[in-house]
Ligand binder design. Sequence first.
Ligand code: MTE
Length: 303
Amino acid sequence: MLIKNPEQIRASEITPEAIYLDRRRFIQRGIGTALLTAIPASLASAASRYSTTEELTRLKDITRYNNFYEFGTSKGSPGIHAGALSTHPWSITVSGACEHPGNYDLADLIKAAEVEERIYRLRCVEAWSMVIPWQGVPMGKILKRFAPTSKARYVAFRTLLRPAEMPGQRRDILPWPYREGLRMDEAMHPLTLIATGLYGKPLPNQNGAPIRLVVPWKYGFKSIKSIVSIEFTESEPPTTWNLQGPDHYGFYANVNPAVDHPRWSQKKERRIGDIFKRPTLPFNGYAKEVASLYTGMDLRKHY
Ligand code: MTE
């Protein structure tokens, strides 16, 4: 896997990263958030118990090394082309087995006051990884408002279909629109996040603006970007990469170093920015939190 040569970093990119790192040092030294008057309130929240303290991946890498096939298949394409996507206004259609289906405006769905910070590892099936400081709302909090019924066993998500602004959708790269899904208990798990920002700023388009899913114990392809539809279903919903390669990409896609992908060994990963590979951890290091969701399941079969 080739990593692009470092480019000039724009000042607008340096600022939030520097503020972020300063803030983390303050919090780690226990100085507290009250002193951080120069920093917006949204950045000054206390660290979540779900956040890792590992070194953050640089903003430049998070926003220049992407998978977002709607904007092309190379890692640099989303950073170049996604700026053309218009994300205002943005509404989300909620349907299926719930008491409050409808068309919701994004601002009504995500209240600024509820947004929290989560620093998570992201592990791509292509054997690279990052550490990303997300802002967002636990998915369960949002889903509860739609009052899913007892028939809701899964949640299905869809990305925007807009070939005029998404050049990749004019080509037969994947079955569009991009679809993903989770079992209800996975969607309601406190680690599962609807992200609205990273590094204290609204989500860059290439990272899935204005909202994307983040499921840190699963391979990155489960973390669907630019969501416009949420549907509660009784049966397991079809998902894009599983449709594309049923033998290669399962519905569950839990990070599992014991099950290799035909193209990539999953035993190790390269943290973007590092030279040497590191071992990949079961459930991407979140086994304590999520392994019990899969008790009794053969995770070689349900890959
Ligand atoms: N969502 C959509 N709609 N389209 C995509 O191509 N790629 C997935 C996931 N979500 C993808 C997507 C893959 S393979 C990964 S690894 C992550 O997004 C990458 O997220 P990042 O670019 O923010 O690191």
